[in-house]
Design a protein around this ligand. Structure first.
Ligand code: C5P
Length: 219
């Protein structure tokens, strides 16, 4: 069983993905973290995330065995890393270097401790369209840019991190624009995806709507 969840930044797809993975006892892969790890590695090397050869080199150097360790770096959550991620994500060679890794995980999912799982939840931008076009269930989780910026703003405030709403909104819009208009695997709902607009829903309501959809259509 594969559940694909796509959508723009801060729409609530990560929370939904984790809730579904826990509920069904499936393994979870946040594919944005893969792109973030590449963006982070490029920045650490002192290179520009739009530099094709630097980004491709980093993407190809990932060892699938140490992926959990790489993805658990807290620095991957920073806004600067998110922006770098969306720049490396435009590069087709970076995307293809990460494709097998994601497909292998979907085919043979495993938990963080390495034990196999009977299903997988993957979240990202192109899971339902490119990575797992045959996924059993597909969600496209979205919300207005203003609501998403507000959520990010509050998250940062709660974590006592510097936060400026206007800058966050500008970054979110730029990232949407880049993710939606790139030539390779742009952000868009798969034709058979169930679109969940979370602008006026909290995390519990989003989870319930997703469970209802699965119960009616897939059980
Ligand atoms: O979801 P998250 O904000 O962590 O993703 C960071 C960036 O990685 C996105 O803005 C997007 O450009 C890229 N990404 C992607 N395809 C995915 C997941 C993330 O292009 N499947």
């Amino acid at each position: 069983m594969i559940i694909a969840i796509d959508g723009p930044a801060a729409a609530g797809k990560g929370t939904l993905a984790q809730n579904l993975a826990k509920h069904f006892h499936y393994a979870f892969l946040d594919t944005g973290r893969l792109y973030r790890a590449v963006g982070y590695a490029v920045l650490q090397a002192g290179k520009d995330p739009s530099d094709e050869s630097a980004a491709t080199r980093e993407a190809k150097s990932f060892d699938p065995k140490s992926i959990n360790k790489i993805l658990s770096n807290p620095a991957l959550r920073d806004e600067a890393t998110g922006n770098a991620a969306s720049k490396v994500a435009v590069i087709p060679a970076v995307r293809s270097a990460l494709l097998d890794l994601q497909r292998n995980f979907a085919k043979e999912p495993f938990f963080e401790d390495g034990t196999p799982a009977k299903g997988a939840v993957l979240d990202g931008r192109d899971i339902g369209t490119v990575v797992c076009p045959d996924a059993d269930v597909k969600f496209f989780v979205t919300a207005s840019a203003e609501v998403r910026a507000d959520r990010r703003f509050k998250e940062l405030q709660e974590a006592n991190k510097p936060a400026d709403y206007d800058t966050i909104l500008k970054d979110i819009k730029e990232r949407d624009e880049r993710d939606s208009n790139r030539a390779t695997a742009p952000l868009k709902p798969a034709e058979d995806a169930y679109v969940l607009d979370t602008s006026h829903l909290n995390a519990v309501q989003v989870f319930q709507a997703a469970l209802d959809h699965i119960a009616v259509n897939h059980e």
